[in-house]
Design a protein around this ligand. Sequence first.
Ligand code: ADP
Length: 480
Amino acid sequence: MKIAFAASEAAPYVKTGGLGDVMQALPTALSKMPENEVVLMLPYYGSIKYGSEFKTKYLFCFDVTLGWRQCHVGLFQLVTRKHGPKVYFIDNEQYFCRDRIYGEGDDGERFAFFSKAVLASLNALSFWPDVLHCNDWQTALIPMLLKSEFATAFPYTKSVFTIHNVEYQGWAEETFNMDVLGLPAQYTEVLRFGKDNASNFMKSAVVMTDAITTVSETYAGELQYPYYAHGMHEILCYYPQKMHGITNGIDETMFNPRKDPALASCFSPATAAAGKKANKLALQREVGLTEDEDSAMLAIVSRFASHKGLDLLTYIADALLRRRVQLVLLGTGEARYESFFTDLANRYPGRVATLLKFDAGLANRVYAAADIYLMPSKSEPCGLSQMIAMRYGAIPVVHAVGGLHDTVPPYDPATGEGRGFTFRSYNGDDFLAAIDRALALYYNDPQAFADLRVRDMKLDLSWKVPAAKYMALYHEITGK
Ligand code: ADP
């Protein structure tokens, strides 16, 4: 089957969060199946174009129409990669060579351009996929473009739209179609959403795509409710037959404590007890914590955004630090969290390390060093961090929502079953109680804690099962 992915990020080229991980792993997993031909389309951000890490070759250029303008598209192909999908980069310096990849005033126009350029490039490459798999709001216009401006070029291509996070939907003004897309007026109606008659990219995808997936089964159900869906339930409820929940995996080659070059000491489930201690001591030295191999190390590696449940952590922080724990916080994001956690580290020197940066190697060292991983997300489409944590032998404490509910069943001391510690009601006291249960196991029953750690490390969290489920869905919608 011919499969094309379009996304605004994919590791290792560019990554700000879980979408980047998924866009690395899923196309790779599918490309390993001999029957598939897989391509991945990405923006040619300045960091990739002018960085020295990824070698590309220039293929050709042409223009696409955006409103009244002709916009340059340069197409580049990655040449360093021997295996996996073919990776193409869409070049337009004005749109993609900026200091950051999201958060610009003209994001809507930038990714509308990208969406049109993806379709025009695939056509120019004579690659007419059976399935064009789009991801999040940045590529949400593609299903509509596929059935309008590009319908003649792609008569047989079906689209899949994956909601990695419903919170970011791609809002624009009412006139967006007229000003930027230039599609017939009926598509302004497809985009129209909400009481201000605004345009909403994700809404158009829900209406126009052949299948919608979300990144966990529980999240697929949650999206029917206003509490989780940020308004999108009003449209999703019309298309229950399109909706599929497929829980993400993690790339087990990338996230492998046995062979991770970033770690001070590699380890397997069999050597986890000693390996984790060595990594803990190394991280304590690296980030300026008191060297203490016995103290429980708690960690978070996350975007500092409110839906990650950081308010709960700020609420319990002082109470938590009355326990014998060390806390490592790696992330960047909203200023209120950055300053709270910086202040916390100043107030608890040697016990709290706040690391305000995005650093993949350091992230893996934190997972490898931590005994307990905290993920109190208010909502969580799937969450990869808790899976990476388990793979690196850190026991997760999670709010049982979305993918956290699906991937971290609660530990039952009576049977020894389960993977971590969970709380159901979103409040700080229940979060602290769940952490206390984890700490009780860590300090009072080290053998049971070590057994749980080994079981978590051995779980099959790979992309094998989810990739097979995506293939089944592709077969279903294409009839092939
Ligand atoms: P989300 O996609 O909502 O950000 P996920 O848990 O699905 O959350 O994925 C987050 C990914 O980003 C994980 O691979 C995590 O390790 C990584 N990550 C988050 N913050 C950082 C950081 N500051 N440095 C390095 N990696 C990070």
